[in-house]
Design a protein around this ligand. Structure first.
Ligand code: R5P
Length: 303
């Protein structure tokens, strides 16, 4: 197996290296902006793995699909895309007149030669059905549970900021051995004026831990924290799989009783995020390694 990792994913590459050798490649642009991929490692009849999240969403996607196409053109037998954060996966519902980008991403990856995709905590089960090839998603429940124990947060009530996050919260409770714990949650609506949460359904106590898949602008978490404070919660921690940290609004979380934000390293963190001591970045390399090792032993499915 040969791994082609994009810049920013060096530590993941290192984790995967006992399984595979490192492939070299270069992405550049012509003067007019057209993207060019050059592969330096022979790949004839090899199982190749590309590692890169779809983030940023346009340039990174273009580079990775061109690399995929080039690897297949060079004779790679099987191509797995390890995309720790699967950009566009939130566009997973059919809405008349609007793009269904999760389906589009799946089709473009398939047309570019990708045989299967491995990701971390895909937005929804719907995404799997929208992909024309196997999409394996692993949720880092054990990693979250370990962090909860390390930071002595086992007494915090795990709260879902919307319906979609309930199964994530339940998985973390299970990993903590809290098999019967109820998950308090909010009903969430989003309109042009922003996010609106209903009153909390269930009880959070005085210490809450919000678990969700994505922190993008922070709108969802800000609104959830405001409601939790109204419910009398005095301390809040936030645990998300993918830290996008878009813009600066999310920084208001610090004034809403948020003590720490935990996220994984599915997206390479910028310096200001790495330097913020209240943001704890949890590595997911070993989880992906186990998944890739498993895939390598399983024959490529016929799509
Ligand atoms: C939405 O369904 C997701 O699970 C996240 O709650 C959402 O995408 C986070 O985005 P933002 O931080 O911009 O509210």
């Amino acid at each position: 197996m040969i791994v082609f990792a994009f810049p920013g994913y060096e530590s993941l590459l290192e984790t995967l290296q006992p399984l595979a050798k490192r492939g070299t490649f270069e992405i550049s642009r012509f003067a007019n902006g057209e993207v060019v991929a050059r592969v330096g490692t022979p790949v004839q009849m090899e199982h190749c793995v590309i590692v890169s999240s779809i983030a940023p969403p346009d340039e990174q996607f273009l580079s990775l699909i061109l690399l995929a196409h080039t690897l297949k053109k060079e004779g790679c037998r099987r191509l797995t895309a390890v995309l720790p954060y699967l950009g566009y996966s939130r566009q997973d519902k059919e809405k008349p007149g609007e793009s269904l980008a999760a389906a589009w991403v799946g089709s473009v990856l398939r047309a570019s030669g990708v045989d299967d995709v491995v990701t971390i905590d895909v937005h929804s089960e719907r995404d799997k059905h929208l992909f024309p090839m196997p999409l394996v998603s692993v949720f880092p429940a054990e990693i979250f549970a370990d962090a909860i124990r390390t930071y002595q947060l086992t007494d915090a009530t795990i709260v879902a900021p919307d319906n979609g996050a309930i199964p994530r919260c339940q998985a973390v409770n299970r990993a903590l051995g809290k098999l019967t714990a109820e998950v308090p949650y909010f009903e969430k609506t989003r309109d042009q004026s922003g996010i609106k949460h209903t009153k909390l359904i269930g009880r959070a106590g005085t210490q809450a831990l919000i678990v969700d898949d994505i922190l993008d602008t922070g709108g969802t978490l800000l609104s959830a924290c405001e409601k939790l404070i109204q419910e009398g919660v005095g301390k809040i921690d936030v645990m998300v799989t993918h830290g996008l940290f878009t813009g600066t609004d999310w920084k208001r979380l610090w004034s809403l009783k948020v003590q720490r934000i935990f996220c994984t390293d599915t997206i390479p963190a910028k310096k200001d995020i790495r330097d913020e001591h209240r943001i704890i970045i949890l590595p997911i390399g070993e989880l992906l390694k186990a998944q890739v090792a498993h895939l390598h032993r399983v024959p490529v499915p016929v799509c």
